[in-house]
Design a protein. Structure first.
Length: 208
């Protein structure tokens, strides 16, 4: 399965001919958050593929329409937050948002709050194990794990609960965004236990 994973920034070449050129070569679209709905709807419609997403920390501040009609989610795609799906044999789960850095923020969580979110995945992951012989293939998040691709400022510090999920359930991949990449020396792919942790900003094409 060939997956287009996007996050954090609308790329003009993909919001146009670039997506058309990818038609027929992409099997799945995944968003790691902080992208406007119209962008995800355009990509999913142009590529004509299933799509999944988690919200980023900016949430509805970015994910709006030019006509200012308020909607709660894209008109295409499935929200992966605290749920699991089996997409043609690939087991995926998701966790939205980032570490809380301001008093108000719908998609910001304290460390303890994210632990609760992560633990809520347990029944579904155990059911995956019973049904398919493994817990998870891909964990989709907005923020990175603690100490992997994160930054020293609070807004871009990763979650420790993600490390526990990787050690315990050993997915093949964790895809995240949130941390923007500004130079070629910035690390964007790290192996942790049995998981390839990949910062997909602003997009990556990944063969699963």
């Amino acid at each position: 399965m060939r997956v287009l994973v996007v996050s954090d920034e609308v790329e003009p070449h993909l919001y146009g001919p670039g997506a058309v050129r990818l038609q027929g070569t992409i099997d799945l679209l995944v968003s790691c958050g902080d992208l406007p709905f119209y962008y995800l709807e355009y990509l999913a419609g142009t590529l004509n593929v299933p799509s999944y997403f988690v919200f980023g920390n900016h949430g509805f501040e970015l994910e709006h329409r030019a006509d200012e009609i308020a909607i709660a989610h894209p008109r295409v795609g499935t929200n992966l937050h605290v749920t699991t799906v089996n997409e043609r044999g690939v087991l995926m789960a998701g966790l939205e948002g980032c570490l809380r850095y301001s008093p108000h923020g719908r998609f910001q969580y304290s460390d303890s709050e994210m632990w609760q979110q992560a633990l809520s995945l347990l029944p579904r992951l155990i059911l995956n194990r019973l049904r398919y012989g493994r817990y998870l293939d891909v964990l989709v998040t907005h923020a990175p794990p603690f100490g992997i691709h994160d930054q020293p400022d609070r807004a871009h510090t990763g979650f420790k609960s993600f490390l526990w999920l990787l050690r315990t359930f050993r997915p093949r991949y964790l895809w995240h965004g949130h941390v923007h990449v500004y130079n070629r020396n910035q690390v964007i792919a790290t192996r942790y236990c049995e998981t390839n942790v990949i910062n997909v900003y602003p997009h990556r094409v990944i063969d699963v």
